[in-house]
Unconditional design. Structure first.
Length: 213
C-alpha cells in the first residue's frame, strides 16, 4: 500500500512538473509566433499604409516597427496597450503621441517576453522606428531609469520629442505584480522622419512565410 501511495505521488508530481514546463514554454512560444504573424501583416500593408489584422479575430493592427541594430531586435508595435494586446507584442500607449507624429511616443511591453531585451540597452544605442507610411526615424538612447507606476507624466504627449520604451521592473521576479516601471528614454538623432522603408531582419516569401536574414 505504501509503495503504491508513493508511486501515485510521484506520478502526480511528474504530471504537475510537465504541466508547469508546458505553461512556461507556451508563453514565449505564443509571443514568438504572434510577432511573426504581425510581421506578415505589416509587410503586406497597402500604398496608403493600411494594415490588415494579423489573424481574423484580432482586434488590433500593427502601427509601427521598432528596430535595435546592436541587439538585432526587430519588433512590430500594436495599436493599444491593453493586457490582451501586450500578450502578442509591444504596444503603443494610446494617451502618448502616435508613432505617426513627433512628440513623446511611448511603447510598452512585457519584461519577460517582448521587452526582456531592454535590460541590455545602453546609453548611446540606436533605436529606429518606422511608421505605417514607410517613413522612419532614428533615436539615440539617452538614459535608463526606474519610476513608480503612478507617475503619469511618463506618457504625457507634450513631454518632449522623444521615444520611450516602458516595461515592468525588476526584470527577474516571480511575483507578477509590481508598481515599478523600467524606462528607456531616447531622443531623435539627426533629421526627422525619413522616406523609404527600413531594411528588415526578416524576408517575407510570396506564400506568406518568412525567413531570418
Amino acid at each position: 500500500m505504501l509503495v503504491r501511495a508513493r508511486f501515485g505521488l510521484a506520478i502526480i508530481a511528474l504530471t504537475v512538473g510537465i504541466l508547469c514546463l508546458a505553461q512556461a514554454a507556451y508563453i514565449p512560444a505564443k509571443a514568438w509566433l504572434s510577432q511573426r504573424l504581425i510581421a506578415v501583416a505589416w509587410h503586406g500593408r497597402d500604398e496608403a499604409g493600411e494594415t490588415r489584422r494579423p489573424w481574423p479575430w484580432a482586434d488590433t493592427v500593427p502601427i509601427a516597427r521598432l528596430h535595435q541594430p546592436r541587439l538585432a531586435v526587430e519588433q512590430y508595435v500594436l495599436q493599444g496597450a491593453s493586457g490582451r494586446n501586450l500578450a502578442f507584442g509591444p504596444a503603443h500607449v494610446g494617451v502618448s503621441s502616435a508613432p505617426s507624429q513627433s512628440g513623446n511616443i511611448v511603447i510598452s511591453g512585457h519584461r519577460d517576453t517582448h521587452f526582456a531585451w531592454l535590460r541590455d540597452l545602453q546609453p548611446g544605442d540606436e533605436l529606429l522606428l518606422e511608421r505605417r507610411d514607410r517613413r522612419w526615424r532614428r533615436y539615440r538612447v539617452a538614459e535608463t531609469s526606474v519610476h513608480h507606476e503612478r507617475e503619469s507624466g511618463l506618457v504625457d504627449p507634450l513631454a518632449g520629442d522623444q521615444l520611450r520604451l516602458l516595461t515592468c521592473y525588476p526584470f527577474v521576479q516571480v511575483d507578477p505584480g509590481t508598481p515599478w516601471r523600467y524606462l528607456i528614454t531616447a531622443f531623435p538623432d539627426g533629421a526627422g522622419w525619413q522616406p523609404g522603408p527600413m531594411e528588415s531582419l526578416w524576408q517575407i516569401r510570396s506564400d506568406g512565410s518568412f525567413v531570418v536574414l
